[in-house]
Design a protein around this ligand. Structure first.
Ligand code: ATP
Length: 326
């Protein structure tokens, strides 16, 4: 028998489509298993400012299709201090919460790992971030929807790029990870992706120009991950304008549109499975693990592994993009 009677749930860091589906799944799976559920608002901030509400099954009705997070999210500096975490612990005790489910990205799981070890508190993490940059899971919640949003936007830009015979640099999110840029490029038939993972290996722009977005093409689209390592779309476009004035260059920064919208079927299903699995994990006595998905199987990934290891880009995808953009 598990000693856990009441589980707290929060969403933290950048919002991602499918977080609501995960909140729904955690809430309903917990209630199904006889647990009490307390919703914590605004991520770790809500633990410090005591913004907590009892959740019943009805609180999560009609949210599976909504983007964003009904629990709100925040970046909380105070939780990064021992004093802030002490306050958070006191709030949890006050509400009788004896385990936490934290939905978020790398930073959220880092905070969870530190808190769990300081207070010997059971936490299970769910990877919710459009960046797909957590190690140990093939996909994170929100990634597929963001990829589809990018695909729709780039398809539209392609129409105007072709009509005007222009070269477009389109900046997508992905501070440390090129998954959105690389797979977005493959999905839209873009000519190239400029991503942080290989930016230090070679000058991707020079390579791109040498291989030529030219001849047989009457438009070119390059997806650029927004990372400081790539320099971003604006800087790359300026370089091309200076060095190759013959190109008619334009820049589009997709920005926060990538975070919004109704989650795709894939994200809703992933979030539902991971949410339910997080409660199973707690009841099985799992601690300090993130729920991951590998080859369609749910797995438990220790926080340390999920956070510390860089998730590698699949080189086969790079090669495919290169071959298909001739
Ligand atoms: P995304 O990948 O979408 O940006 P994220 O979860 O990585 O999401 P962050 O802003 O990095 O977003 O982290 C969310 C919150 O996690 C932070 O605001 C902070 O409260 C907590 N956090 C992050 N790093 C730490 C840390 N080293 N110690 C304690 N708490 C942390």
């Amino acid at each position: 028998m598990s000693s856990i009677k009441c589980v707290g749930i929060l969403t933290s860091g950048g919002d991602a489509p499918g977080m609501n589906a995960a909140v729904r799944a955690v809430t309903r799976a917990a209630i199904y298993n006889g647990l009490e559920v307390k919703a914590i608002y605004r991520g770790y901030k809500g633990l410090i400012t005591d913004e907590i509400e009892n959740f019943r099954t009805q609180n999560v009705s009609n949210i599976i299709q909504q983007g964003g997070t009904i629990l709100k999210t925040a970046r909380c500096k105070e939780f990064m201090t021992p004093e802030g975490r002490q306050l958070a612990y006191e709030t949890l005790k006050k509400h009788g919460i004896d385990a936490l489910i934290c939905i978020g990205g790398d930073g959220t799981l880092t905070g969870a790992r530190i808190f769990a070890s300081e207070f010997d508190f059971p936490i299970v993490g769910i990877p919710g971030t459009i960046d797909n940059d957590l190690f140990g899971t093939d996909n994170t919640i929100g990634y597929d929807t963001a990829l589809n949003t990018i695909m729709d936007a780039v398809d539209k830009i392609r129409d105007t790029a072709t009509s005007h015979e222009r070269l477009f640099f389109i900046e997508v999110m992905g501070r440390d990870a090129g998954f959105l840029a690389l797979n977005g490029a493959i999905a839209t038939g873009a000519e190239a992706a400029i991503i942080p993972e290989i930016a230090t290996e070679n000058d991707q722009l020079t390579e791109l120009i040498r291989n030529g977005f030219r001849k047989s093409k009457n438009s070119s689209i390059v997806l650029v991950a927004e990372s400081p390592i790539t320099g971003g779309a604006m800087a790359l476009a300026d370089r091309v304008k200076n060095e190759y004035p013959q190109y008619d260059v334009r820049v589009t920064i997709l920005g926060h549109i990538q975070r919004g919208g109704s989650p795709s079927a894939i994200d809703r299903i992933l979030a539902s499975r991971m949410g339910a699995a997080s409660i199973d994990a707690l009841l099985e006595g799992q601690r300090n693990v993130m729920i991951g998905i590998q080859n369609d199987e749910l797995v438990y990934v220790p926080f340390n592994k999920a956070i510390k290891n860089d998730k590698p880009i699949n080189r086969e995808l790079l090669n495919t993009l290169r071959i298909l953009s001739i």
